[in-house]
Design a protein around this ligand. Structure first.
Ligand SMILES: [Zn+2]
Length: 296
């Protein structure tokens, strides 16, 4: 009844860890810098984050990681921006703590958190798009978190289109059209080299029609991706998170919804809703806790 888990959200700059209950409520949490000097230092940092919160009520530990994960073996295959390459993560952690351990990609756990404790409550099937510096995705299908790849940022929305961001060598993927990085590029074309995505959103909020138009154009591209994913998964609820997605929501979503309703099959399109994420920066921690409870 009084059981708790520890959820750990590992980011490129900080480790956010907290005690979480079955409803996804955070009892207390702490934040420490992410050790980036070596894999060993990073794993030690995670150990310390868990031990600092552990008490007799803790029955499992969950991790949200910026990593590609093989769920069958609990192994990390590689990570973005942190020194956490190949490692048998689940075995190492469950041996160390003597507790069941769950792990998943950070975007997947954020989607699960929104489904259980945020904007997706009450919708058995929902998709989440995280629009920040990158574009992440997560899917909850019939109440269960889809534990495989949900790389919505890398679906093709334009044949032979823009080169993708970062290490991705694809072209025309959703990501280079809809992130904060994409918005900064457009802002600089319109308002000069000092402009960025924050300024673009601020100008739109202040009534600038050019800025509103630019965000609507980004929203249009986003809606094309949303429609395709809704057609695949039969989802009629889409949650938008991430720094840029949440800040620009008001200007992105009307255009996204318009094109998504056109491109989605009737069954999804008629009832499609796109809503703003509610859990903010705590989504990863909460979701990591909730996948840990699923292991108990
Ligand atoms: Zn890509």
């Amino acid at each position: 009844m009084d059981e708790r888990v520890i959820g750990v959200d590992l980011g490129g700059t900080k480790i956010l860890a907290g005690l979480v209950d079955r409803n996804g409520e955070i009892e207390r949490h702490r934040e420490t810098p992410t050790p980036l000097t070596s894999k060993e230092d990073l794993l030690r940092g995670l150990d310390d984050a868990v031990q600092a919160l552990r008490d007799e009520r803790v029955v499992a530990v969950g991790f949200g990681l910026p990593s590609q994960i093989d769920q069958r073996t609990g192994t990390i295959r590689g990570s973005v921006n942190i020194p956490l390459g190949e490692v048998s993560f689940r075995d190492r952690m469950s041996e160390r703590f003597g507790l069941p351990v769950a792990l998943d990609n950070d975007a997947n756990v954020a989607a699960y958190a929104e489904h259980r404790a945020g904007a997706g409550r009450g919708s058995p099937t929902m998709l989440m798009f995280t629009l920040g510096t990158g574009c992440g995705g997560g899917a909850v299908l019939d109440g269960s978190l889809y534990r495989g790849w949900a790389e919505f940022g890398h679906i093709v929305i334009e044949a032979d289109g823009l080169p993708c961001q970062g290490f991705c060598h694809g072209r025309g993927h959703l990501e280079p059209y809809v992130t904060g990085v994409a918005a900064t590029k457009i802002a600089q074309e319109l308002f000069g080299p000092a402009a960025d995505s924050h300024r673009l959103v601020r100008l739109a909020n202040e009534g600038d029609l050019e800025a509103r138009g630019a965000l609507a154009a980004i929203g249009h591209k986003f809606g094309i991706g949303v429609a395709s994913m809704c057609n695949v998964f039969g989802a009629d609820l889409v949650v938008v998170g991430g720094g840029f997605g949440v800040a620009g929501f008001e200007w992105l979503v009307p255009a996204a919804l318009e094109v998504a309703k056109r491109d989605a099959l009737d069954a999804a399109g008629e009832t499609l809703r796109i809503v703003r994420a509610e859990l903010g920066t705590m989504a990863g921690l909460i979701g990591a806790g909730l996948i840990a409870f699923d292991e108990v």
